[in-house]
Write a protein that binds this ligand. Structure first.
Ligand SMILES: Nc1nc2c(ncn2[C@@H]2O[C@H](COP(=O)(O)OP(=O)(O)O)[C@@H](O)[C@H]2O)c(=O)[nH]1
Ligand SMILES: [Mg+2]
Length: 358
């Protein structure tokens, strides 16, 4: 029987969803299957950094912007049909913001609206060891409320980035997750090394969504408050050096560090900031900010010096929208001037999630 499987990959900002979806689609394609990934975020008419990254990485990728897939099920179903018509057996999508509520909206929505058109794979939630540890030790603060709600929705919990912790820590987090969230299957994964991709692919292809209704008070003040305090920022620009060339890796790192310092210095949090840049010949680099207290990561580096870059900057911050716009705008200006880059802004969109529904 032909398989038409769809899975939502939920999880906290920076948990490793995009990296895992890219590794998974590649793994499936290398093992005789066909899979596609959808990057979903809220920027209006923008190119998402995650989507561009997936394209640069050679993945079968599509994006849905402007709206959460929770609220555009017809569009989602249409895109899924197109992927399945092309021969895909598995399609995975992430979810904007914190993703809490996607089980109800997307899974129960699709099950109710288009029964039998495709099969729902286990509802999957990624958590990184750093967050699992904070949650276990009850040191996650407001984030703990969100992490716990996400994990309660899961049919499948994936402990990601398992190349980072040592053996004892891995075992401790896996055991604790299994005991605390007994409704879910728990899988270890390192998208970086490929460890666990086989089991994840199998679990999604063979497994089924439980379509439970977990005991979560979605209207609770702490959950709504935490989700509403998030602001989203999207910027697309071209950076052209005025003479000679420049070190694109150093530029991305300095810019990410300046943004992190500005937001942290103003007393706010930046759970995930992404800077993706590519040159006319396809060379590309990426910098990630995963919190104001964590070091900037460069998971992808330029191999040559740069002269002309297209840049995508996406950030999700616990910070008022206007302040976020000002702080990022100043950092981009200052660091770009230091590298003698002339900027052309193509697109900017930013908003607070708390204000969006009003
Ligand atoms: N060491 C390591 N880092 C990872 C792994 N997966 C993701 N990351 C890094 O974690 C950061 C956030 O990953 P991303 O996939 O963008 O997270 P998302 O926000 O959940 O989509 C990036 O810097 C990734 O390179 C992994 O398996 N191992
Ligand atoms: Mg992502």
């Amino acid at each position: 029987m032909e398989m038409k499987k769809f899975a939502v990959i939920s999880g906290f900002l920076g948990a490793g969803k995009t990296t895992a979806m890219m590794a998974l689609t590649r793994y499936c394609c290398e093992h005789g299957g066909k899979a596609a990934m959808i990057s979903n975020d809220l920027g209006e008419g923008v190119m998402l950094a995650d989507h561009k990254l997936a394209q640069l990485g050679g993945c079968r990728a599509l994006q849905i912007t402007d709206e959460c897939i929770c609220f555009c099920l017809d569009l989602l179903a249409e895109r899924l049909e197109a992927c399945f018509a092309e021969g895909c057996e598995l399609v995975v999508s992430d979810i904007p913001g914190f993703g809490v509520g996607a089980l109800e909206h997307v899974y129960h929505g699709l099950a109710g609206n288009c029964p039998g058109r495709f099969e729902l794979a286990p509802f999957t939630v990624l958590i990184e060891p750093h967050h699992a540890k904070l949650l276990r030790l009850e040191q996650a603060g407001d984030m703990g409320t969100i992490l716990d709600a996400q994990l309660k929705e899961a049919d499948l919990i994936v402990l990601s980035k398992l190349d980072l912790p040592d053996e004892a820590e891995r075992a401790e987090e896996l055991a604790w997750l299994a005991q605390r969230y007994p409704q879910a299957e728990i899988l270890p994964l390192s998208a970086a090394t490929g460890e666990g991709l086989d089991r994840l692919a199998l679990a999604l292809r063979e497994g089924k969504a439980s379509l439970r209704h977990p005991d979560i008070d979605y209207d609770a003040d702490d959950l709504q408050g935490a989700m509403g305090s998030l602001s989203e920022y999207y910027l697309q620009y071209r950076a052209l050096v005025c003479c000679g060339d420049f070190d694109g890796n150093a530029y991305l790192r300095e810019l990410a560090e300046a943004i992190r310092a500005a937001i942290g210095g103003a007393g706010f949090e930046l759970p995930h900031g992404k800077l993706l840049a590519w040159g006319p010949e396809g060379d590309y680099g990426k910098a990630d900010i995963l919190g104001v207290d964590r070091p900037v990561e460069l998971p992808q580096r330029f191999t040559r010096h740069c002269t002309d870059l297209a840049v995508l900057l996406n950030a999700s911050a616990v910070c008022p929208d206007g302040t976020l716009d000002r702080l990022i705008g100043e950092a981009v200006k200052e660091i770009s001037a230091r590298y003698q880059l002339e900027l052309t802004i193509f697109k900017k969109d930013h908003f607070g999630l708390g204000e969006q529904d009003e």
